[in-house]
Structures are given as C-alpha cells and as structure tokens.
Design a protein around this ligand. Structure first.
Ligand SMILES: [Zn+2]
Ligand SMILES: [Zn+2]
Length: 179
C-alpha cells in the first residue's frame, strides 16, 4: 500500500509542517536484496511551502538486512541519512535535477504526493554500492569455494606461486638439471 500526502491541504494555512512516522519495509516494494521483512523505517519529514513547490528535508533510519558482496552472507546494517528534495510544481527540463545537496523533482500531483516512492528512492540512495559485512571481509576463495572468514585457506597464494614466472623458470632449470 503506497502512502500519499495531500500537500495542498496539509500546507493550506501553514508554511511548514513536520511529520514523524514509521512505515513497514515490505510496503516499499524494494529489490529483493533488502530482506528486512518485518522491520520498519523511521521517517522524519520537514516540509516547507515555497513559491513554486515544496522543499522536503527527509531523514530515514532503519536497520536493513543485506547480502555481503564478497562472502554472500547476510548481515545487518544501520541505514540512515538525510536528503533535501525540492518538489517543483513547474516543469523541469529533463524531469529531474540533481545539484550538490539538493534533488529537484517534478511534483505530479500536489494533492496526492507519493511518499512511498520518495522513501524507496531514499533507501536506495543511502545503501552503499558495495555492501560488505565487514571492511575486512575476506570473501570466498575462488579456488576452493570456502568462506575465508570462517576457514582461511592459502589456495590463492599457492596458485600465484605456481603461476609466477619464477616458478616456471624453476621448472625449466630443474628439467635441464635432469638431462
Ligand atoms: Zn562478507
Ligand atoms: Zn581456498
């Protein structure tokens, strides 16, 4: 169920409103890597009425379960961040604009602003491109398939040694010696 705000109504007599609420993660229709099924996202929105639209300062806080890019184990990560979004009632060239700290978007319907969509985008923005369970995660060994955090192995080192030019030279030298 998407969540909507009627901006026109809510800011009819005020120039500023603040909204605090929580939404269940699963209502946001996120990619399947976000497996935080039963959790909520805490949201705080400051909305300011401007001449040509609304300025929204959006803060989110949650704890998501992600899959580590290196070792593929699931782990929990604190997700939080703040973005400033300008919802423009005027047409923007290209539909969306992004400057330093501000994202500008066209507001399609002032009376039915889709908050869920904004939250979904914010969560995607605040998720690191590379999700790692730990900065020092050792990942999976490409040779034996071990999770190297749990079972360290030296397959790669061994392979490197065998493939090094010096090792090949050594083999040649050994052959020569045999003759
Ligand atoms: Zn990992
Ligand atoms: Zn290995």
């Amino acid at each position: 169920m998407a969540l909507f705000i009627n901006l026109k109504n809510e800011l009819k007599n005020e120039n500023y409103i603040k909204k605090d609420f929580s939404v269940p993660f699963k209502s946001l229709d996120l990619p399947k890597e976000y497996s935080s099924k039963d959790k909520d996202v805490d949201v705080q929105m400051h909305i300011f009425k401007e001449k040509d639209g609304y300025l929204v300062s959006l803060s989110i806080k949650s704890d998501v379960q992600l899959e580590c890019d290196r070792c593929l184990e699931k782990f929990n990560m604190d997700l939080k961040g703040t973005s400033n979004v300008f919802l423009s009632k005027k047409k923007l060239s290209g539909g969306e604009l992004q400057e330093d700290d501000l994202i500008a978007k066209e507001l399609e319907d002032e009376e039915k602003f889709n908050v869920s969509e904004l939250l979904r985008e914010e969560i995607l923005i605040q998720t690191p491109m590379k999700a790692l369970c730990d900065e020092d995660c050792q990942g999976i060994c490409p040779v034996c398939g071990n999770n190297k955090n749990e079972n360290p192995c030296n397959c790669e080192e061994k392979q490197k040694r065998e493939n090094s030019p010096f090792a090949k030279l050594q083999v040649l030298l050994d052959k020569k010696k045999d003759k």
